[in-house]
Design a protein around this ligand. Structure first.
Ligand SMILES: [Zn+2]
Length: 420
């Protein structure tokens, strides 16, 4: 058999209020299956840089590796063309938006450089730069009037799942149900959690809130996550047999970079300012990172990250993960304190009152009994026992984490540049 692998990527098909690239890509694979014989080697759901301008919700792109007979290559391109025309016509009826969908599908026989993925998950990518980059691969690019989707589609093709990957089973809704309230109660989600301990991030126990169903009007019914694709199939079938759960129209298991922390680089630095607490309930400190002054920001939603940031003092040595925003401040995701300076409480006591400094280069003096003492402060090393920590790190509650963020219970960040 003359079989050959094709890498297929798709992105930027959805509108903020409708559609979902996961469903469009599933629809494409189903459409293709009606026309030609092929085997799916792998399906991938890749989350990209969370601060990208054109992102919708979780900034996801889709890809698949499929294998087919070399004689069907032209047919693959023809069928894809037909499907893509249908997609464009469908999208043309979307309501107007600041960022109208700009779908791009890429088919390549050659694997793209992994650097394309890293550039797209860690920062901004210039569209023209990327279009030039992928020219080298002699791939087929399907697009409408604009090419924005090429950034995510190429990144989804170039991702190589490494030890960090996990799986997400996505179940989609019947079209008649879209827009209606999803039928899946928190009690069933708690049972899912209990019966399938290998699944994760099903709910936020701190808020008694389910995390498997989106809160947007998109066609996704739910997504279940695990390190094991087999467990996901079992969990899905169990959910679908439950009378309290809406029936899905279709489902697929995707290999994903979610929970990988691929979007961040852990860093360490020394705090050089007291925390500044703003009215909006977020807080910030200044740190020195690689010889440069940077501002770290934690938001109200950051929960214990915000709490820990507010407890910092100049001289503390901390580590963090976070994203550099457009104003070059770093929006924290996780925070750790590796070395805390002593917190000053007072001068030593004598006769039940604080001793006073008698001036520069002078001893401390008790104003009651007039005895003297060497000059020093009383203090303590804080233990931050009021803050939830795992391996000395703290993180927001599950509902306030990004798809890409690795929960601490899957392992704390590794630092290469840790200050010793
Ligand atoms: Zn005294």
């Amino acid at each position: 058999m003359d079989n050959i692998n094709f890498f297929i990527g798709l992105d930027d098909t959805d509108h903020l209020d409708l559609g979902c690239t996961t469903e469009n890509f599933n629809d494409f694979l189903n459409y293709l299956a009606e026309k030609i014989n092929f085997t799916i080697i792998s399906r991938r759901l890749v989350r990209l840089w969370p601060f990208a301008n054109r992102r919708t919700r979780g900034n996801a792109a889709l890809s698949a590796v499929i294998q087919l007979n070399i004689h069907d290559e032209q047919k693959l391109y023809d069928v894809t063309y037909d499907w893509f025309e249908l997609l464009l016509s469908n999208i043309s009826s979307h309501p107007s938006s600041n960022f109208p969908a700009s779908p791009v599908m890429i088919i390549s026989k050659t694997k793209f450089s992994e650097q394309i993925y890293w550039d797209t998950v860690k920062g901004h990518v210039d569209l023209n730069f990327r279009l030039n980059e992928i020219k080298d691969y002699n791939c087929k690019v399907y697009a409408g009037n604009s090419y924005w989707g090429a950034i995510g589609a190429s990144a989804a093709i170039s991702w190589i799942p490494c030890e960090n990957h996990s799986y997400e089973l996505i179940a989609w809704r019947e079209s008649s149900m879209i827009g209606k309230k999803r039928i899946i109660d928190i009690k069933t989600i708690a049972e899912l959690d209990e019966n399938f301990p290998e699944t994760f991030v099903n709910r936020d126990p701190t808020k008694n809130r389910g995390l498997i169903a989106p809160r947007t009007p998109c066609p996704v019914l739910y997504g279940i996550r695990s390190k094991s694709p087999e467990i996901l199939e079992k969990a899905h079938k169990w959910l679908q047999l439950n009378n309290n759960v809406e029936k899905s129209s279709d489902y697929a298991v995707h290999c994903t970079n979610q929970l990988s922390d691929d979007h961040v680089t852990p860093s360490s630095g020394t705090v050089i300012s007291k925390p500044l607490i703003s009215k909006g309930a977020h807080s910030s400190v200044k740190v020195i990172l690689d010889g440069k002054l940077r501002t770290l920001v934690a938001f109200y939603q950051g929960g214990s990250v915000n709490l820990l940031l507010r407890s910092l003092r100049p001289g503390d040595i901390i580590s963090w993960t976070g994203l550099s925003s457009s104003d070059s401040s770093i929006h924290l995701e996780k925070l750790s304190i590796s070395d805390a300076v002593p917190r000053i409480i007072s001068r030593p006591l004598c006769c039940n009152v604080s001793m006073k400094s008698a001036g520069n280069n002078q001893n401390l003096r008790c104003t009651k009994c007039n005895s003297y003492s060497e000059k020093y402060w009383k203090g303590y090393i804080p233990n931050f026992s009021n803050i939830d920590m795992v391996d000395n790190w703290t993180e927001p509650s599950p509902s306030n984490r990004r798809h890409l963020t690795k929960p601490l219970n899957l392992g704390a960040p590794h630092l290469n540049n840790l200050i010793s």
